[in-house]
Design a protein around this ligand. Structure first.
Ligand code: AMP
Length: 215
C-alpha cells in the first residue's frame, strides 16, 4: 500500500503505521524518526534540524525534501510505504506530488486521523519513546507502560520523554500543526485522495483504513 498518514502529533500515526506494515510489508517512513536518528548520530542534517525540533518548529522544507527524495528511491519502498509525519506543509505536498510523478508512483489514499486536542495533549505529555534510534518504540505511562519502568520492552534501551514533549513545546507543535499542516488535508481532498478517520484507538483506525482499501 502507498499511503500518507496525516494527523496532529500524538494522533497515533506512528502506532498505526507500525500495525499497517505487518499487513503487506510496506515500510513506515517517519521523517521525525529519521531526523531524531540524525540528531543522535550528530550528522550535519542532525545539527541543522536540532534547534527547530527542540522548539517544536518545523524543519525547513528543503531539508525534508532532500531526505524524502533519497528515501523513496530505496529498494524497500517498492512493496509500498506509509508516510508518517510527511508532508507537513503545502510546499512539501506540492514537491511530493512532483516527486511521485517523476518516480511513476501513485498514492492509494491519504488517511487523516482525527483525534480531539485534549486527548492528544494528554497523550503526548505521558508518551515515552525508546531512545535507541533503530527502535523508537512508543509507550505511554498510563495506557501502555514498559514492563520495567523506563526500559524499552523490545530492545532494553531507556524509554524516555522526548525533548519536544514538554508542555510548552507540545502546545507549540499543536499550534504549528493547525497553521501549517491542517491545510494539507484540503490539498489532498481536492485531489479526491483524502479519507477522514475518526478514532482514538489504533485498532479502530487500522480497521477503518483496511476497509477503505478493501483489505
Ligand atoms: P514527529 O516525530 O513527526 O512529531 O516529528 C518531530 C519533529 O521533527 C517535528 O516537530 C519537526 O520539528 C520535525 N519534523 C518531522 N517531520 C517533519 C516534516 N515533514 N517537515 C518539517 N519538520 C518535520
Amino acid at each position: 500500500m502507498k499511503l500518507i498518514l496525516l494527523g496532529a502529533p500524538g494522533a497515533g500515526k506512528g502506532t498505526v503505521a507500525k500495525l499497517l506494515t505487518a499487513i503487506d510489508g510496506s515500510v513506515q517512513i517517519s521523517t521525525g524518526d529519521i531526523l531524531r536518528g540524525a540528531v543522535q548520530a550528530g550528522t550535519e542534517l542532525g545539527k541543522e534540524a536540532n534547534g527547530y525540533m527542540t522548539r517544536g518548529d518545523l524543519v525547513p522544507d528543503s531539508l525534508i525534501m532532500g531526505i524524502m527524495e533519497k528515501r523513496l528511491q530505496e529498494a524497500d519502498c517498492q512493496k509500498g510505504f506509509l508516510l508518517d509525519g510527511f508532508p507537513r506543509t503545502i510546499p512539501q505536498a506540492e514537491a511530493l506530488t512532483e516527486l511521485l510523478a517523476k518516480l511513476n508512483i501513485k498514492l492509494d489514499m491519504v488517511a487523516d486521523i482525527d483525534v480531539p486536542r485534549d486527548v492528544i495533549f494528554d497523550r503526548l505529555c505521558t508518551r515515552r519513546t525508546c531512545s535507541n534510534t533503530d527502535c523508537q518504540a512508543i509507550y505511554n505511562i498510563k495506557s501502555n507502560p514498559t514492563k520495567v519502568e523506563g526500559i524499552c520492552d523490545k530492545c532494553g534501551s531507556p524509554a524516555i520523554q522526548r525533548a519536544d514533549e514538554t508542555e510548552e513545546a507540545i502546545g507549540h507543535r499543536l499550534d504549528t500543526y493547525n497553521e501549517k499542516t491542517a491545510p494539507v488535508a484540503g490539498f489532498y481532498e481536492k485531489k479526491g485522495l483524502l479519507k477522514k478517520i475518526t478514532g482514538t484507538s489504533s485498532d479502530v483506525v487500522v480497521a477503518a483504513i483496511k476497509k477503505q482499501l478493501g483489505l
